[in-house]
Each structure stands twice: as C-alpha cells, then as structure tokens.
Design a protein around this ligand. Structure first.
Ligand code: SIN
Length: 518
C-alpha cells in the first residue's frame, strides 16, 4: 500500500517560502525551462545533489535536429516513428522535429559550442535508426557542453535561486491543484508554496544494477507524482543501451556512445564475427531496441557476458580527436580502442514512459508540469530514437515555460532566506542493502527479455522488499530514495504485466532461460 506522503507533517507547522515557480531537477529540461520563464518570476530551482550531477551531463552522442533542412523534416519524423514501433504520438513527434531548429539556435545563442568544420558549418553524425546524418555534437560530451552553457546562464539570473543538496520529498496538493513542494534542506523541512511546479527529475536508472545513469536517477519525480494521484503512462518501456563498457566490477556502466558506431564501429562476437547484418538491414545502426536484443541473443548463444565493439580500422588520430573522453575512459580501464576491441554489454539507459503530460507539459493536477525524461507525452513511442532525448528536453521544456508564462500571474513574494543546516548528503547511502535487492529483481526479471512468470515473481519479491523497507522506515534521503525506487520498480512491473504482447523495447518471451548478470 503506497502512502500519500513519505512523511507525516502538519503544513501549518512547517516553515514556508513563497515563489512563483518551483522546478525540481537541474538537467537540461529543468535549466532550459527556467531560462525560458518570465524573468520577473521568482523561481526556486532544486537539485538533491550539485547542479551538474545528472543524466544530461553524461549524454555523449548528441542532439538530433534537421537545422533548417526542410527535406529532412519528414525523414526525421519517420525515423522517430519507426524506432518507436509507430506507437508514438504523431503530433508530438511533429512538434519535436519542427521546433528543433529554433531551440538549438537558442542553445547556440546562450553559448553552447557544437562542433563545426573549418568553414564554420555545424558538423553532424549518425546514430542508430537515423536515415541521415543529423546529430549535432560537441566531441563526445554533448550533454556536458550544453549543461555548461545553461548553468552559466542560470547563475546570472537574479530571479532564479538554485538550492543544491535539497530533497523534494512530495508534491503538496489541495484537491486537484498542486500548491507546491515539501522539501528538506540542511535538516530543515520547508513547504515551498508556488503557483506552478515543474518536475524535471530525470531517469530511473538506479532501479537497475547496471545502468549508464547518474547516481541521482532514482525516479523521485515519477514516484512523488504517483503518490499525488498524477497519471502515468508506458512505464514498461525501458530502453537498454546496447553498448556500455563491460567490466566485472563496475556497477555504474560507462557508456560507449552510439556515435562510435555512427563513425564506423562494428559489433563482433567472441569469435570476431560481425553479427548485426543477421538481425537488421541497418546492421550496426539499427534502432537501439533491436541492437540490444541482438547482442543479448549473441551473449546467450555464446554463454558470455559481453560482445565487442571494433573501431580499430579507423585512423588513430581521428578516434582520439572525435572521441577523446571515451578514448581516455577506455584507456583507464585497460583498453586502447585505437588498437583493441572494446568489451560491451547492454545496460539500462532511459525510460520512455513516465508522468503523463499534454503537449505543454501539463499533468492532470492543475499547476503541475513535467518535462524531460521524467515526463511522457508519447513522443518516443515504444523505443526512443538516438539523440532525441536532449531534443525533447529543450522543445517541451520551452513549451512548459510558455504555458506557465501565459497562465501564472506574478506574486508579491517575501524574500526570506533558507537557513543553512547540517548537510543531508552525508546520509544518502542509507538503505544500500534494500536498494541492492530491488536492483537484483529488476536485473533478473525485468531486463530486456521478460516473461509473465518472471514478472509475477518480481512483483511478489518487490512486495516483500516493500514490507522490509517499511519496517526500517526513517526520515532520511536514503529511505526516501529507496521508497521512490521501489515505487518505480513496482510500476514498471505492473505495466509490463499488463502488456502481454512484445512491442519495441518491451520483449515478452515464454520463459527466461539465461541471466547474464547473475
Ligand atoms: C549515446 O551517445 O549513445 C546516447 C545518446 C542517447 O541516449 O540518445
């Protein structure tokens, strides 16, 4: 039984702070929304860690956009639909693709530096599922570069107060209206009263043992929305990135960008055979769900926990210049990618489902918005096209901001400060053992291949874990995250059980034979 709030509290007795808009999450969705809001609004921008600690910052490959190439619009739409198994909301896809250029121009205006050729033209690459080169990039750390530019801009704005190391515990509601956020900061509890609340809390990767996601991706926004009665959708659609660096020890897997395949890398099995041609006409650049499934099939056939990525045929200078970050990270793990194959395996990467919104980020709770990975308006369908996620964050983040600008009347706001207190970061490692149990269930029964029996078993185990977590209940960040993760895990399994047929990233099989991650 999921409680309405994670903690007991009396609203009359907690400290209050008023603002116009609260944004939870400082990834690209949260920051870009903040920058597009009326600069007269007083905005609280919350992050439970440091401003740059999130999935956006880790995004390598790039951001897809036709950049004024009219003839490419139709193709980008078609590629997005095809990758999503045509389960996408077509109008949302049209908006995503057609509003891409103006928002990218805006990012450039703000200071983002995408790679350019010697003539100054934007350089573009290809990734899985793209029929043309249309992915803009900043070497192999595109997310980090966009974040750098956005953070520099947000810091300049007097109307935006960034509150790092703060934990948004729950959404405060009055009937079907959101009235703000219950937050803990430095050991003090606050009610942030706001006309509009935007959830931009990112992904859910920590629910799985093996993920490319940041440690902060515990699905907090989805879980708190669910507790507040917000509608969700498509929680069963989890994207597994085909190529994370394989190592026995690493829990957080290092991503090897799909752009590496976009520049010619080939997937090979342990015998050195290139296998993707067997599975799809686009070979190594097939959509992600197909490549991940093919890799897992090869791994199962060979009874091996990994396959290999080979880019050794490309010039050493090119590799080092195009992928400096990946090159160095591989080297630090003992692999020189200019000469050796990179060991890779599929891991959790993204969730297509989440908080159900309309095209302006509105949820069914008045005044509550969502954008970025935590939101779901159906744009990605059953499997996201590569490099459409950063694009979604800016296109729909802008739409959220526009809707708020139109509807929220400026308040007369007091300027009370937040009191510094003890640092709650110190207790975030609580509940490690219970979190590990959630990871194990999800990795075993709710990975790429799923079966009805396995999902039912997962549900039973999660219920038991929930009872145990409840017994050790306490008011700490570790506990809040643990309950949020459990809630998200439960929602994924529940949705997966309701979709009996395979579609996109949700692949149902009769029984689960092999678990490569045990
Ligand atoms: C990648 O660089 O392969 C990831 C990009 C994405 O998730 O779209």
């Amino acid at each position: 039984m999921i409680r309405r709030h994670l903690i007991n509290f009396n609203l009359d007795e907690i400290e209050k702070r008023n603002c116009d808009v609260v944004i939870v999450g400082t990834g690209i969705g949260g920051l870009y929304t903040a920058l597009n809001l009326n600069d007269k609004y007083r905005i609280f921008l919350l992050t439970k860690d440091k401003i740059g600690e999130n999935n956006s910052n880790l995004a390598q490959g790039g951001i897809a956009a036709c950049m004024g190439k009219e003839d490419d619009l139709k193709l980008h739409i078609e590629d997005t639909l095809k990758a999503g198994s045509y389960y996408n909301d077509r109008d949302a896809v049209k908006m995503l693709v057609e509003e891409a250029s103006e928002n990218i121009e805006n990012l450039i205006q703000i200071g983002t530096k995408f790679d350019r050729d010697i003539k100054g033209n934007l350089m573009v690459t290809k990734e899985g599922g793209h029929s043309r080169r249309r992915v803009l990039h900043s070497k192999d750390q595109t997310g980090k570069e966009i974040m750098r530019a956005l953070i520099e801009e947000v810091i300049k704005r007097d109307n935006i107060e960034i509150i790092e190391d703060s934990f948004a515990v729950d959404i405060l509601t009055d009937g079907d209206k959101s009235i703000g956020i219950l937050m803990e900061y430095g050991g003090v509890r606050y009610a942030l009263i706001a006309k509009a609340v935007v959830l931009a809390t990112g992904g859910i990767g920590q629910v799985y043992t093996n993920t490319t996601n940041s440690a902060v991706a515990t699905g907090d926004g989805i879980a708190m929305a669910y507790r507040a009665g917000v509608k969700l959708r498509d929680m069963e659609f989890i994207q597994f990135h085909p190529t994370a660096f394989y190592s026995k020890e690493d829990r957080k897997r290092f991503l090897i960008s799909e752009a590496v395949r976009g520049e010619g890398a080939v997937l090979k099995n342990s015998k050195g055979d290139a296998f993707m041609k067997k599975y799809h006409s686009l070979s190594d650049l097939a959509p992600r769900d197909i490549v991940a499934k093919a890799i897992l099939t090869e791994m199962e056939m060979e009874n091996k926990p990994k396959v290999y990525l080979d880019i050794t045929h490309r010039n050493e200078g090119f590799i080092k210049n195009r992928f400096p970050y990946i090159y160095n990270e591989c080297l630090s793990r003992g692999v020189d990618m200019t000469r050796e194959y990179i060991p890779v395996c599929p891991v959790q990467h993204y969730i297509m489902g989440g908080i159900k919104t309309d095209y302006n980020g509105r949820t069914n709770i008045h005044g509550l918005y969502a954008c970025g990975e935590t939101a779901s308006l159906g744009v990605h369908g059953a499997n996201r096209l590569a490099s459409n996620s950063l694009l979604e964050a800016i296109v729909f983040g802008k739409r959220v901001a526009k809707d708020i600008n139109k509807n929220v009347i400026l308040q007369n706001i007091s300027d009370l400060k937040f009191k510094p207190g003890e640092n709650i970061r110190e207790i975030k490692d609580d509940f490690k053992e219970i979190k590990a149990r959630i990871n194990k269930v999800m990795g075993k029964y709710v990975f790429i291949f799923r079966s009805e029996n396995g999902l039912n078993r997962a549900l039973r185990i999660l219920k038991k874990i929930g009872e145990d977590a409840h017994k050790s209940r306490k008011e700490s960040r570790g506990y809040y995250e643990c309950i949020n993760m459990l809630t998200v895990a439960y929602l994924i399994v529940d949705s997966a059980l309701k979709r009996q047929e395979s579609l996109g990233s949700h692949i149902m099989v009769d029984s689960l034979e092999v678990d490569c991650f045990d």
